[in-house]
Design a protein around this ligand. Structure first.
Ligand SMILES: NC(=O)c1ccc[n+]([C@@H]2O[C@H](COP(=O)([O-])OP(=O)(O)OC[C@H]3O[C@@H](n4cnc5c(N)ncnc54)[C@H](O)[C@@H]3O)[C@@H](O)[C@H]2O)c1
Length: 335
């Protein structure tokens, strides 16, 4: 088992992580509230119920996918749990990918002004990224993740065995964030992912370590945490322009990372031996395809950027693999 300490909670990475789950539950009260989605429930719901033998289980299963991360589902979960008599000292389990984690985490943050919750992330992206760092929230018609709270779980339980049922696209989606972690802060992680794209407990831990370092420095996202946005300025614009349908998040940020590397090269800030390595890796993982997207087509969609661009845009660049920094750029620097 690998144990990572986040100051106020631990992240445990192990096969058969369900075995550890009961250590974090109230064996006297013997009641647990679960939020999961349809896919995860079909795949692993029975297994979880078996582990919780003897517990009263109150479960809310959301339809899988980003469209569930909204007010309506949030309200439905709240009402369901309240109707079942949830109390302030009950524990909630978020069992699924980032959508379940963000949504259930926000329910936990706001129900009775905060109840305990446990993250059991089941996608690669949620294991290396969304379950770490305490950001919870829901989407609105005005944009993604606009309503939320910083709220830390009691524990994060990661089992790489869940990844066996992920399809290639979802797997690559998580790898994209891992590659980003390597590019901004851990050359060895990038080198390893370049050699082999199959992850194991150690690689997951290595990617989490990048997020851990940044989050502990800047838990509320004012400064250092911005580095995690490498590739995300254009990535978000790509997702927004295509209404979150054409490109998965991992694909959009892969294009975004390449655009950032090119911008850095043009400004003589990024070593010119990086682009081809990253490009080839993304192509192999089908995170990008040819012809590449053109940054010019996304300038109008840079988030809230009309305003930002009048006095410059805070942009994340890398100089070398494993070393990122922020720089204020102007519109003319981007194309
Ligand atoms: N809180 C944060 O810091 C943070 C960071 C990054 C992303 N996010 C959020 O995370 C969300 C994306 O997360 P995601 O990529 O995990 O998406 P997701 O939760 O929608 O999961 C992707 C798909 O995989 C399925 N799935 C989950 N586990 C599976 C398994 N083990 N086997 C087979 N299928 C499985 C899901 O049902 C879904 O269809 C977005 O809403 C994003 O905003 C949050």
């Amino acid at each position: 088992m690998i144990k990572i300490n986040m100051n106020n909670y631990n992240i445990l990475i192990e096969s058969n992580v369900f075995a550890s789950l009961r250590d974090f539950l109230d064996e006297i009260n013997k009641r647990v509230f679960i939020v999961t989605d349809t896919n995860v429930d079909n795949l692993y719901g029975k297994e979880l119920a078996n582990i919780l033998d003897g517990f009263e289980i109150i479960k809310y299963v959301i339809p899988s996918g980003e469209t569930s991360k909204n007010f309506k589902t949030y309200e439905a979960i709240m009402h369901h749990f309240l109707s079942k008599g949830i109390k302030r000292f009950d524990t909630l389990i978020a069992f699924g990918g980032g959508v379940v984690g963000d949504l259930a985490g926000f329910v936990a943050a706001t129900l009775f002004r905060g109840i305990d919750y446990i993250q059991i992330p089941t996608t690669l992206l949620s294991q290396v990224d969304s379950s770490i760092g305490g950001k919870t929230g829901i989407d609105t018609p005005y944009g993604k993740n606009l309503i939320g709270a910083f709220y830390e779980p009691k524990v994060v339980l990661i089992d790489p065995n869940f990844l066996k049922s992920l399809d290639d696209i979802e797997y690559a989606n998580g790898l994209s964030e891992m590659i980003k972690a390597g590019l901004i802060m851990d050359k060895d992680l990038f080198d390893q992912l370049e050699k082999s794209q199959t992850v194991n407990d150690e690689l997951i831990a290595q990617a989490i370590e990048v997020k851990r370092k940044v989050v502990l420095l800047d838990p509320f996202d004012y400064k250092e945490r911005m580095l995690l946005n490498f590739g995300h300025t254009f990535g978000h614009a790509i997702e927004f322009k295509h209404q979150y349908e054409t490109y998965k998040h991992g694909q959009a940020i892969a294009y975004g990372m390449l655009m950032s590397i090119k911008i850095g090269e043009r400004l003589n800030l990024t070593n010119t031996n990086i682009y081809d390595r990253v490009y080839n890796l993304f192509l192999k993982l089908k995170l990008i395809e040819l012809p590449l997207l053109n940054p010019k087509d996304y300038l109008d969609y840079l988030k809230f950027d009309k305003k930002h661009l009048s006095n410059g845009l805070n942009f994340v660049l890398i100089d070398e693999i494993g070393s990122a920094f922020t720089k204020t750029l102007e519109l003319k620097d981007l194309i």
